[in-house]
Design a protein around this ligand. Structure first.
Ligand code: PMP
Length: 401
């Protein structure tokens, strides 16, 4: 008998379990297209040159003191400037609340804690289907009722924007919608600028709260301003209150350092002061104060003009390599005569390719060809390189023929 007899057994997280399976596979041919982590052209983790430089500067006078509860002040400011752009930041700064977080996941969790503490009755949280595997878990574990809305059409392999509009039109006011700011995970399909405008208009009309999950700013197109288009549109042009959950895992390659920031743009200075104080209380009771090293690396890069330029170059290196592997796989599928059409692969953007393969093909690729991808046939394109891209294309073709 245990005090914990009523505990449920929760199966391991699918993507982390897949990585473990890949690591245990002795085949020299194996390819990991599972977890969304950037790899260089040799399949190795990449420490960004801008991050290396930042670390060198920091090493001169690094200490290991606690940060303030809401995090490093300079980091919070730089993160907000990055997401909003300088002009909007300057105009909006007295109406912002910001709190350093445990990467993007922690920012989403803080957002959930704040929304729960500030709003009765508890709003429903609407989440696109499909989505990043952790969204439902984060918000349902906080007690929110989570609802899915159709985001993607498997028939057209594209965004189903009409379903998105209808979801916004038919939900009760005060609901929260999770929005992938860019590089939608897993589909790689984002709304066009025109579609974003219509979405923003509907958010305003229906009094819905936009919560941006911004895990890929700058990593998607290689340019932060492009990737922050929707965030700035909602806040600046539509004058909406919005939450933004920033992660520096992908765009700075700081995965394990857990560097993130929750940013809330409110409509009054009073709301900013109050929500800032609540974030401080919520953070105190959960992590007391956030980890320091990664935030120092990131803020040093963002605050220094030379390092910032170097980081912009790093973003172009990463996003450019991913784009070239995306077309490389497309070319290989077409050249090897893979049945079906593959234009969707090159239409998508960001870290992932959403192939549209059946679960049995995904399994065969894993068991027979040692190619590992998520069960929904999402591939992390960064796992491709010149040495393996044709092998992957040819293997997919073999499985489909
Ligand atoms: N949101 C999305 C859509 C993601 O893809 C990820 C990373 N896979 C995250 C949030 C959060 O990642 P992290 O907590 O490592 O920043």
């Amino acid at each position: 008998q245990s005090w914990f007899d009523q505990a449920r057994f929760i199966p391991p997280d699918a993507i982390f379990a897949l990585t473990a399976q890949y690591v245990a596979d002795p085949s020299p041919k194996k390819v990991n297209l599972g977890q969304g982590t950037y790899r260089d052209e040799h399949g190795k983790p990449w420490v960004l040159p801008s991050v290396r430089e930042s670390r060198k500067l920091l090493a001169r006078e690094l200490n290991h003191e606690y940060l303030p509860i809401v995090g490093l002040a300079n980091f919070r400011k730089e993160a907000a400037k990055l997401a909003l752009g300088l002009e909007l930041f300057q105009r909006q700064q007295d109406k912002l609340a910001t709190c350093q977080s445990l990467s993007g996941t922690g920012a989403l969790h803080l957002a959930g804690l704040l929304l729960r503490a500030c709003k009765t009755p508890l709003p429903k949280v609407y989440i696109p289907e499909p989505t990043w595997s952790n969204h439902h878990q984060i918000f349902s574990s906080l007690g929110f009722q989570c609802e899915s809305f159709r985001y993607y059409s498997p028939e057209t392999n594209d965004l189903d924007v009409e379903s998105y509009y209808s979801a916004l039109k038919s939900t009760e006011p005060n609901s929260v919608f999770i929005i992938h700011a860019c590089a939608h995970n897993p589909t790689g399909c984002d709304p066009s600028k025109e579609q974003w405008r219509e979405l923003a208009r509907l958010f305003k009309e229906r009094q819905l709260f936009p919560l941006f999950d911004a895990a890929y700013l700058g990593f998607n197109s290689g340019n932060v301003d492009n990737d922050a288009f929707a965030i700035r549109l909602f806040i600046e042009e539509m004058n909406l209150e919005a939450g933004v959950c920033l992660s520096f895992a992908k765009n700075m390659g700081l995965y394990g350092e857990r560097v993130g920031c929750f940013l809330l743009s409110t409509s009054t200075e009073e709301a900013a002061v109050k929500t800032q104080s609540m974030l401080e209380m919520l953070q105190r009771s959960e992590v007391s104060n956030p980890p320091a090293y990664g935030a120092k690396i990131a803020s040093t890069i963002l605050a220094d003009a030379t390092l910032r330029e170097a980081w912009y170059d790093d973003l172009i290196t990463m996003s450019g390599r991913i784009r070239s592997m995306r077309t490389g796989l497309y070319d290989s599928l077409v050249a090897s005569g893979a049945p079906g059409t593959w234009e969707h692969l090159v239409r998508q953007s960001g870290m992932f390719g959403f192939l549209g393969l059946s679960p049995s093909v995904v399994l065969k690729l894993r068991e027979k060809y040692h190619i590992y991808m998520a069960d929904n046939s999402r591939i992390s394109i960064a796992g491709l390189n010149k040495q393996n891209v044709d092998y992957v294309g040819q293997s997919i073709t073999d499985c489909l023929k």
